[in-house]
Design a protein around this ligand. Structure first.
Ligand SMILES: Nc1ncnc2c1ncn2[C@@H]1O[C@H](COP(=O)(O)OP(=O)(O)OP(=O)(O)O)[C@@H](O)[C@H]1O
Ligand SMILES: [Mg+2]
Length: 464
């Protein structure tokens, strides 16, 4: 059983060896580094609970290490070793956020007590964070906005799995927020203090993807001038996010399957397998089941990935999120473009609600960003929307629900409305008129009459 992961940074080789042996025997997992830079590289590549660092070192000294750790890995504790016990540098280290310090020559038992306390402090801090999370409301999740029923179900599922190590598959159309869900589960979950590492399987050339995932040994191939950890090993204790997993080459899929099953990876050119403790989250906008049927995705991997599936509904299926999302992006871009107080005209919102959002939340974000950039004054009018949304509103959506002082043409408005509903029913019915009539709750004769009236049908043969 490991008592925690400790990184010892000291330029004195014999001291490093001594601490390594002593602390390993005491149940800690130990990494060592001969200097500050090397230490930070280890921190960047793997997660560490406590750093024990010498204060005076050539190059990057202990104080600089402490500052970096506080900034980049706030969950990691730092213990300082100082040779000349001047009160100032010990106090300065504590002020900068060190957990404690020991003075050389020190006794190992004293260091063990300090390490134990540091680990307890870290655990307590993590527990507090979790408690605070439990009190959070459901207007959103992490950085996610939206309170529709569909999203509440998503949040609920995320809540139940975020602290477990189970593999999660996130599905949904492009721009529905799959990556955001993966990040939220990591940063709201038990692994938040460990690394989140992601790879876009569709964006990396086939011949590089395996060295990215599993790492390589120095000399494994031309250009491998030093060892590389790879995604799995560098996410140790944290999350590996396989984005666009449907694009992963079949040859790589076999190896990823093995890594998931055995919880071990073998770097290219290496002989030893490295154990990895990572939670796998994968995302795709493809229908993976169809990919399996088409022979492009391994069935066994598919089942390994979809232990839990989070399905993100398209934006058009949760239009009640439109308003909160719009407000969220308005605030964001108003600040970015220094246009405080920008609002949406009601008629603009009506047009947004009538649009089908094929690009989902990402599309909405772009539309709002564009609107904020283009609008004159502080009100975004419909003419600041992209032409396709305006055109769609002219044909179909954007029907007035109130008659203002300018009045409206009732006949024409109703006709437009009727035309849209008829067209939409025909589309849903795949062009079969009897079915369209059934969808609209009218007789076939009535449908024909209406289609003729608006010029959508001439006298034709009746279907049976
Ligand atoms: N619920 C949400 N609240 C706030 N912002 C969101 C939400 N969902 C998506 N976004 C924003 O929309 C954009 C797209 O989200 P994201 O990249 O997670 O989508 P995706 O499903 O991974 O898309 P793709 O399939 O194209 O990769 C991002 O800028 C993200 O911040
Ligand atoms: Mg994505």
């Amino acid at each position: 059983m490991s008592g925690g992961r400790v990184l010892v940074i000291d330029d004195d080789l014999s001291l490093r060896q001594f601490l390594k042996n002593m602390l390993r025997r005491a149940g800690y997992e130990i990494e060592t580094a001969a200097g500050g830079e090397e230490g930070l590289a280890i921190l960047a590549a793997s997660s560490v609970d406590v750093v024990v660092t010498d204060l005076t070192m050539e190059g990057m000294d202990g104080m600089a290490v402490l500052k970096s750790v506080r900034q980049r890995w706030p969950a990691t504790e730092v213990v300082m070793i100082t040779a000349h016990a001047t009160a100032e540098n010990a106090v300065e280290a504590m002020k900068q956020g060190a957990h404690d310090y020991v003075v050389k020559p020190f006794n190992v038992d004293q260091l063990k007590v300090i390490l134990q306390k540091a680990l307890e402090k870290k655990a307590m801090r993590e527990e507090n964070l979790t408690l605070r999370e439990a009190l959070k409301d459901r207007f959103g999740y992490g950085s996610m906005v939206g309170r529709s029923e569909a999203m509440q179900r998503v949040y609920d599922l995320m809540d139940r799995v975020k602290d477990t190590p189970v593999t999660v598959l996130i599905t949904g159309e492009s721009g529905t927020g799959k990556e955001l869900v993966a990040r939220a589960m990591h940063y709201e979950g038990a692994r938040q203090s460990k690394p989140f590492r992601s790879i876009n399987c569709g964006a990396i050339p086939e011949n590089l993807i395996e060295s990215e995932l599993f790492g390589y040994k120095k000399g494994a191939f031309t250009g491998a001038v030093r060892d590389s950890l790879g995604l799995f090993a560098s996410a140790q204790g944290g999350t590996v996010f396989l984005d666009e997993v449907g694009e992963m080459p079949l040859s790589t899929q076999v190896k990823v399957l093995r890594a998931i099953q055995e919880r071990k990876v073998k770097p290219i050119g290496g002989f030893e397998e490295v154990p990895v403790d990572v939670r796998i989250v994968a995302a795709t906008n493809r229908d993976l089941q169809a990919e399996v049927r088409a022979g492009r995705f391994r069935e066994d991997l598919y089942y390994r990935l979809k232990v839990i599936t989070v399905e993100l509904p398209p934006l058009r299926a949760r239009l009640s999120d439109l308003r909160p999302l719009t407000d969220h992006f308005l605030t964001m871009y108003a600040e970015q473009f220094a246009k405080p107080g920008v609002v949406l005209d009601d008629s603009t919102l009506v047009e947004l609600a009538a649009w089908s959002w094929p690009g989902n939340v990402r599309e909405l974000e772009n539309v709002i960003q564009r609107g904020v950039a283009l609008c004159r004054g502080t009100v975004i009018l419909p003419d600041c929307l992209p032409p396709e949304i305006q055109a769609a509103a002219d044909v179909g959506g954007g029907f007035p629900t109130e008659v203002g002082g300018d009045g409206l043409d009732l006949e024409r408005t109703l006709e437009r409305y009727e035309r849209q509903l008829l067209e939409s029913a025909l589309a849903s019915a795949g062009g079969i008129k009897t079915e369209a009539a059934r969808l609209l709750g009218i007789s076939f004769r009535s449908l024909r009459y209406r289609l003729q009236k608006i010029g959508l049908e001439d006298e034709g043969p009746r279907p049976n």
